[in-house]
Write a protein that binds this ligand. Structure first.
Ligand code: 5AD
Ligand code: FES
Length: 351
């Protein structure tokens, strides 16, 4: 590690911020030693707030029907060979019940932008879960909606919302999305969610097509200033039926480095070791946790549809073994020196 990288790392550890230029410099000149140094510091601050706990969120993939056409995503509307499905309210409640039975106290309802889930339908589902399981946190990840829609869902009882910003550079955003989608609307959504009192999650892919180190530095500055409660990052993984089929996947090493940086920027942030990270490396999620992540999101979707929620190729936990996700994750996490924490795992209140 050069003197300069040591200086930047130490300043990030002490002050929880760097300039965008400095983030860029740190990312460009990082080496193994810097990564190990940052990961150790990230792990130490995480232990201050969360000990060795890794929170579990039960992920229910409610629909792979999507009106959008994001260029990177396997469930984009242009993908004709995607076998579509949507879960009914009853299906979703059954998954939530299974989560409860396993001791999970956060469910994440994630899906494509499927017009079937109107505000009335979705509010009914959220209320249904909250009535049956009042101590269960409900997280939504349903893409861009109107402020009014977010307001109604919040009123129905939704606690948290995940909406990755995808990239903090409007021009880069334009190259990953069709013309009818806009960076400005994405940011409007994130602001609305925040103002409506959701614990809000942003995030981005690592190694998405056209992404520069400068873009990643801008993502870090965005995370620094937006101060999300959650931040989802994972490597880009190509999907064979998208325009980005032939693009290279993002790096596991860089993803882990970024997890450490984000942990150091926001010591209390809830940071998942994502399925995409687990897809790119057999120990990807464990590596993510060691680098500073403290959330895992095992799949609670009905096993017969898991394969169909295919955002990218080779997604893990879709086969025979998938009913065992929680047990499998728990033993892996234990082996890595951490422990599964059931319970809501809310963002700690700011002093
Ligand atoms: N590779 C990795 N992540 C992807 N996502 C969508 N498609 C891909 C892909 N090909 C991520 C996006 C989205 C989240 C639900 O999944 O960042 O916000
Ligand atoms: Fe799904 Fe291990 S976490 S099989």
């Amino acid at each position: 590690m050069e003197v300069r990288e040591k200086e930047l790392s130490d300043r990030l550890i002490a002050e929880h911020r760097l300039s965008t230029e400095e983030y860029e410099e740190l990312l460009t000149n990082r080496d193994e030693e810097t990564a190990a140094y940052m990961a150790a510091a990230a792990d130490a601050v995480r232990r201050q707030y969360y000990g060795t706990k890794v929170f579990v969120r039960g992920l229910i993939e409610i629909s792979n029907i999507c009106k959008n056409d994001c260029l990177y995503c396997g469930i984009r509307r242009s993908n004709r060979s995607c076998e579509r499905y949507r879960l009914s309210a009853e299906d979703i409640l059954a998954c939530a019940e299974e989560g409860q039975r396993l001791g999970i106290r956060t469910v994440v309802l994630q899906g494509g932008e499927d017009p079937y889930y109107t505000d009335d339908v979705m509010c009914g589902i959220v209320r249904g879960i909250k009535e049956r399981y009042p101590d269960c946190a409900v997280t939504l990840s349903l893409g861009e909606r109107s402020r009014e829609s977010y307001r109604k869902l919040r009123e129905a009882g939704a606690d948290r919302y995940l909406l990755r910003h995808e990239t903090a550079d409007p021009e880069h955003y334009g190259r990953l999305h069709p013309p009818e989608m806009s960076y400005d609307n994405r940011m409007r959504c994130l602001r609305d969610l925040r103002e409506l009192g959701y614990q809000t999650g942003c995030g981005f892919m690592v190694g998405s097509p056209y992404q520069t180190v400068r873009n990643l530095a801008e993502d870090l500055t965005f995370v620094e200033t937006f101060r999300p409660e959650m931040c989802g990052i994972g490597p880009f993984v190509p999907h064979h039926e998208t325009p980005f089929a032939a693009e290279p996947a993002g790096s596991v090493e860089l993803t882990c480095f970024l997890l450490s940086v984000i942990r150091l920027i926001h010591p209390k942030v809830l940071l998942p070791a994502t399925t995409a990270l687990g897809t790119m490396h057999p120990q990807g999620r464990e590596l993510g946790i060691k680098a500073g992540a403290n959330v895992v999101m095992p799949n609670l979707s009905p096993t017969d549809v898991r394969r169909q929620y295919e955002l990218y190729d080779n997604k893990i936990c879709t086969g025979e073994e998938s009913a065992q996700c929680i047990a499998c994750l728990a033993s892996r996490i234990k082996a890595a020196g951490y422990e599964i924490a059931l319970g809501r795992g809310d963002f700690p209140k700011e002093e």
